[in-house]
Write a protein that binds this ligand. Structure first.
Ligand code: ADP
Length: 552
């Protein structure tokens, strides 16, 4: 920019200097002509003085002059001319001579055929009526102008150089503050007043841009926090199906790191047919879904093209627990139906026989007994089912209070003493105060089921020892010397309706739900269950409750 301004300015100055030189040259020429005219007037005056009382021709013959001196008769005939070699034509038409004849004197600057040059003429009428003319060639004036011209040119060139230097300094002063403005901190710039509005505008623009960038950054951070905190997997893909954003959940679901995934297509990190199918459907329909199985877990994939924009979004949600729960519910319903049908069939069959009078009166008592036992079994089963569904629905959440486990276990042990006696099992209890943050009814059921099982699955003259200790944590241990549980059954006895010996369980009035309730109750109290058992020797189940302060 500076260069362009400078070139423009130089051209302007050059044009100005050219005009100035021409005008000055013309002026010098005019002044020189004037001087020349004065000179010839003066000479004419001098010569006319010298001619007074003399014969003009003779007097002029002895005249020494660098000018052209001409004496012309009143009719225009040339009487004398110091520059002419021969006869000259009539000069009456010469403007200066015509003017002198008329008015006494006259002057002209014109081209002369006689001298072949432009000259300054002055003529005056003498007393005898003749006309005296003095002329000087203009080259004398030009010579003067030419003499002055170099000085003029030098002066103007110097002026031009000075102007350009000045222009350079001014340009520097104008441009330097603009160039030195730090666009990040325009308010710090030292500038002239006229630049202040510009600086203020840049400053405002900067602040506006910073505010916008901050807002954008905040939104980006919010989005990142949101996406990164999602339990669901989130993958954003470009139009070419390359991954441009992937959150940690999606990384762990697909078993890749962010670096491994970014910039790649989904098939490059997982070649499952489900993924290929989802991508294919996404391309053709703009939306797709599928179930992806990976490392024993099941993920639901939901893909959608971004409306009006390029790219697509893929969401992955872990469906394993939901599917397992669904599966468990289905099995549970099937089991419940099965478990209820058995006693109901017995009750129906026996009642029908009694109703039709097909039972001898002496056997009727036994039939009623079976109906009563099966009804009780059904009642227990229904109660257990209701209890479990309540636990499933989390109805008890938030109802915790400080409960003395020692009191609960002691009371349960006492209530089951009769049953133990009936089965010839020796039941003992020992314990100390052990406070647990929880639900008294649930703790009661936990103890009941464990002690009940220890009695049920025992042998004649066997023992059941119930202990509550309190060493920082409340611990309940129910140890029996019963039949024990085989190794392969041990991990499964806490499942619903799982029994190692169905007939024995049924014979003892078991529902197959007791240990499920124990497991749930322990989970509710964040307690840990351990089972130790040896076939023929007995079983010991320990429930360790967290320290009271650690519970929530
Ligand atoms: P049930 O109502 O059949 O007793 P549980 O859920 O309480 O159901 O127990 C599941 C199974 O675990 C029982 O059927 C039984 O086979 C086994 N079991 C539970 N406790 C004991 C124990 N103390 N000794 C031996 N086997 C046990």
């Amino acid at each position: 920019m500076k260069r362009r301004i400078f070139i423009g300015f130089t051209l302007l100055v050059a044009a100005f200097v050219l005009v100035a030189v021409l005008v000055t040259g013309n002026l010098v020429r005019t002044v020189a002509r004037k001087q020349l005219l004065d000179q010839v007037v003066q000479e004419a005056e001098q010569i006319s003085q010298e001619l007074v009382g003399k014969d003009p021709r003779q007097a002029l013959a002895g005249l020494i002059s660098s000018s052209r001196v001409t004496l012309v008769a009143s009719d225009g005939a040339v009487l004398f001319d110091n520059w002419a070699d021969g006869e000259l034509d009539n000069h009456a038409d010469r403007p200066e001579l015509a003017a002198a004849a008329r008015e006494g004197s006259g002057s002209a600057i014109r081209y002369s055929d006689t001298t072949n040059s432009t000259a300054v003429y002055y003529a005056q009428r003498l007393e005898d009526g003749t006309l005296l003319r003095v002329a000087a060639p203009e080259r004398l004036a030009r010579g003067l102008a030419q003499g002055v011209a170099p000085f003029l040119v030098i002066a103007f060139l110097l002026l031009m150089a000075l102007l350009l230097l000045f222009a350079n300094i001014i340009l520097d002063r104008l441009i330097k503050p603009i160039v030195s403005i730090d666009l990040d901190h325009p308010e710090d710039a030292v500038v002239y007043d006229e630049l202040l509005p510009l600086v203020k505008r840049i400053d405002q623009q900067n602040k506006h841009t910073i505010a916008q960038m901050d807002a954008l950054e905040a939104r980006r951070m919010e989005l990142n926090t949101l996406v990164n905190g999602m339990h669901e997997g989130f993958v954003a893909m470009s139009l070419k199906d390359e991954i441009i954003l992937i959150n940690p959940s999606a990384c762990s679901m697909l078993g890749v790191t962010e670096d491994q995934a970014l910039g790649k297509g989904l098939p490059a990190i997982n070649r499952s047919p489900v993924i290929l199918m989802v991508l294919e459907e996404l391309r053709s329909l703009g939306t797709a879904d599928g179930l992806l199985e990976k490392d024993g877990r099941v993920y639901m994939l939901l893909a959608n093209r971004i409306q009006g924009r390029s790219g697509a979004i893929l969401l992955l949600s872990d469906q394993t627990d939901k599917l397992q729960a669904e599966d468990m519910r289905k099995r549970f319903t099937a089991n419940v139906s099965h478990e209820l049908r058995t006693p109901l069939t017995t009750i129906c069959g026996y009642a029908e026989l009694l109703d039709k009078g097909m039972v001898k009166s002496e056997d009727a008592g036994q039939f009623y007994g079976v109906i009563l036992r099966e009804s009780k079994r059904m009642l227990t089963l229904v109660e257990d089912i209701l209890r479990l569904s309540k636990l499933d629905e989390g109805h008890l959440a938030g109802q915790k209070a400080a409960v003395n486990l020692h009191e609960v276990a002691k009371a349960v042990s006492q209530s089951l003493e009769l049953m133990a006696d009936e089965r010839k099992v020796h039941l003992s209890y020992e314990g100390t105060d052990a406070w647990v943050l929880g639900d008294a009814t649930l703790l009661d059921e936990l103890c009941s089921n464990l002690i009940d099982n220890a009695i049920k699955y025992n042998v004649e003259n066997g023992t059941v020892k119930v202990r509550v200790t309190n060493c920082a944590q409340a611990i309940l241990t129910v140890t029996d010397t019963g039949i024990g549980i085989e190794k392969e059954h041990q991990p499964r006895v806490f499942e619903r309706f799982y029994r190692t010996d169905k007939s024995r369980s049924k014979a003892t009035g078991g529902t197959g739900l007791g240990l499920s309730i124990v497991k749930h109750a322990a989970e509710f109290h964040k307690a840990k269950i351990t089972l130790q058992s040896q076939v023929g020797q007995g079983t010991s189940i320990t429930v360790v409750f967290p320290a009271l302060r650690a519970q929530s």
